[in-house]
Design a protein around this ligand. Sequence first.
Ligand code: MN
Length: 315
Amino acid sequence: MSGPVAVNDLPSRTAPFDEVETSCVEITEDREAMVGHMKVRRALPRRGRRTVGAWCFADHMGPADVTEGSGLDIGPHPHIGLQTVTWLIDGQVLHRDSLGSEQVIRPGQLNLMTAGHGVAHSEEATGHYRGKLQGIQLWIAQPEGTRHGAAAFEHHVDLPQIAMPGADVTVLVGSFVTDATSGARHDTALVGADVVFHGGAGNLPLRNDFEYALVVLAGALTIDQRNVTPGHLAYLGRGRDELGLHAEGGTRAVLIGGEPFDEPLLMWWNFVARSRDEMAQAYDDWQNETSRFSYFPSPLARIPAPSPYWLRAGS
Ligand code: MN
């Protein structure tokens, strides 16, 4: 459930980030994409809304049926300059990477992979699991200070959980309220949280220096008389101390937020960088199997990079 980011997701030239709005409700429709054999709904990036804090990518995968012949099958592929955050609602996924990690992830657990200068990984069916598979994968753009650094992988099973009036919150990354901080690494000030609403009117506490968005995975929310359902991203801007909303019972959403990310950024395929030269180098390193993206064994085929569109004739 990772990438690739295509030209039709966003303008692919390096550009400063989109306008940070104040306390708004801006609803954008997800774009359907195929990742391996799975259909995903891509909430970020979208034209006009590329980042929320340092969050730069969100794919909601499934729910899909895992059978003997059909499961997650994303073969080895590279990343640079980003962290992948994987969170499952249903099912199991096996993560392998070029650091030697081999980790099954289940609902309630978090996989966080930091790419830095370069890493490769695969996301595979476990082989024995049968049933529903549903989850979300998010990417976080790394800042200049860490994006050239070493790759890393973390698996977290003990995330902070908060029982609020009207909602149960699990903090994936960052801090949701002052005393609920995830142990997952983060390189910029941000938060990611899974929220399950009991139904009815409620309030989520927010930080007024963060911008936020909600990705609804199931059910429906009403914010400022606007309905937000699966398949949509609700961008909320910044400057809010709390968010008043109304939820259908059983609604589930992921809240992402952070300090607006003020570095210009280029996203293409599975790479987050700053320039086409950096992209071309990462492309060459993957295609030529240099030591930048170390080999690791996987039963799935290595995914070749598409040729950079800006190097193709006529473009
Ligand atoms: Mn990936």
